[in-house]
Design a protein around this ligand. Structure first.
Ligand code: UDP
Length: 429
């Protein structure tokens, strides 16, 4: 569909802001995770619907071109702001002025009114969007992905509290956004109760899952492709390795499992405060005497990631908090039941005792009890596997995109009416 045939009221061009991580990065390590997947999947579909997408992200390498095509109709624009490498996420606020300058410069070189809407992801981008929205006279639709106040309420041992600067920065973005996109009703509540977001500006839009890539497949073949033993019971953890995601809970539970041959498969790379001690999981496995039963794989992409989910008897998501938990959905789409902590978005992503099991708290003994029960009962696992596939089918990136289009249309209509009223007020004055 070309932008000329777009239904009325929809944006023709969207400036998407993703300051701290690029949609071109491999998720599962460093700062790249579910937000990157979200931006890629949604941008591709918006472009297919006829909307031009430009994603602005910080340049993190001297060899990156100023612009790169992510997919037809989706351009990534690299903005120079601070050193290419070695800049921690905590130091990015100091580069927001440079980043905003780069974004505004690109828009200024275009005919007036080039972008119709700003979509910002994570609070750093929201800050840039706040200024750009005022300059361009367009609505700002913000997705937080994680919230500092929520994270600080559920801090993992060894994790750093989010600083006051971020808390205040998020409050400002909440106040300035025309619409706030929440992944789940739980996140919507958090925005309203903790950040005082006006109810009418919060829209719940569930993220999706790529059902073509993540689908059930032969477990033994997947294990053979990954070099995993065909008969051992395998519980997988997939994601960025940091205290918030609590992969240590799986290692501790492994040490308490009745099956002495069960294996924990840990897939992903260090991230956040996990970067301070990248070998901590290995040290933990050593100290518990289970090092030979823990397999590590670096971040996996595409079909190999689907194979990881298929190869596992269970996927564990023991996070202290998740705004949604895409990994849980992807595992279920592959027909693998998920054992997840009963926190945040995981309560939506997993249907307790239907597509997996939700566990209260992070005590290794509780996790070992649930894992033991499921690993000993193949019939129950099969039932949950069926429930998992069915549940995952309730989510898709097409649905997410369709809902977002509604949100964009509302934001544009409301923004236009407000501006007309403002103009009328000025004229009377
Ligand atoms: N991921 C990946 N390769 C890996 C590990 C993770 O591509 O080795 C992707 C995974 O498919 C998922 C995302 O990273 O889509 C993680 O999203 P999630 O919502 O689970 O966690 P987040 O990173 O947003 O905290």
């Amino acid at each position: 569909m070309s932008s000329r045939s777009l239904p009325q009221g929809l944006p023709r061009r969207i400036a998407t802001l993703s300051v701290h991580t690029s949609p071109l990065h491999q998720p599962g390590t460093g700062d790249a995770g579910g937000m990157n997947v979200y931006i890629v999947e949604v941008s591709k579909r918006l472009a297919k619907a006829g909307i031009e997408i430009e994603v602005f992200t910080r340049t993190t390498g001297g060899d990156l071109p100023p612009r790169a095509e992510l997919a037809p109709g989706v351009t990534v624009r690299h903005i120079s702001a601070g050193p290419y490498e070695g800049l921690a996420k905590e130091d990015l606020p100091a580069q927001l002025c440079a980043f905003t300058h780069g974004v505004l410069g690109i828009e200024a070189a275009r005919p007036p009114g080039h972008y119709d809407l700003l979509a910002s992801h994570y609070w750093l981008s929201g800050q840039v969007g706040w200024l750009a929205k005022d300059r361009w006279g367009v609505p700002l639709v913000h997705t937080a992905h994680t919230l500092a106040k929520v994270k600080n309420l559920q801090l993992a041992e060894g994790d750093r509290a989010e600083p006051m600067g971020r808390v205040v920065g998020e409050e400002q973005v909440v106040e300035q956004s025309d619409r706030l996109v929440a992944n789940t009703p739980t996140e919507a509540r958090e925005l309203i109760d903790l950040y005082h977001a006006p109810l009418e500006r919060v829209a719940v839009v569930a993220p999706g899952v790529d059902l073509e890539r993540f689908r059930p497949g032969d477990r033994l073949a997947a294990r053979a492709r990954l070099g995993l033993p065909p008969h051992a019971k395998i519980v997988a953890f997939v994601g960025r390795i940091q205290p918030l995601k609590a992969p240590d809970v799986l290692i501790r539970a492994l040490a308490e499992l009745r099956d002495p041959d069960a294996i924990a498969l840990v897939v992903g790379g260090p991230s956040g405060s996990g970067l301070d001690r990248p070998t901590s999981l290995i040290e933990l496995a050593d100290s518990l005497g289970v090092r030979d039963r823990v397999r590590f794989l670096p971040p996996q992409a595409g079909d190999r990631l689907a194979d990881v989910y298929r190869a596992a008897d269970l996927v564990a998501v023991p996070s202290h908090n998740e705004s949604f938990g895409l990994v849980a959905l992807e595992a279920q789409a592959c027909g693998t039941p998920v054992v997840a902590a009963a926190v945040g978005g995981l309560v939506t992503a997993v249907r307790d005792e239907v597509s997996g099991v939700l566990v209260d708290g992070h005590a290794a003994a509780d996790w070992a009890r649930v894992l033991d029960r499921l690993l000993a009962e193949p019939g129950r696992r099969d039932e949950l596997a069926l429930g998992a596939v069915k549940h995952a089918y309730d989510f898709s990136w097409d649905h997410t995109t369709a809902r977002l289009l509604d949100v964009y249309r509302e934001a544009m209509t409301e923004h236009r009416s407000r501006r007309q009223l403002e103009l009328a007020g000025c004229a009377r004055w």
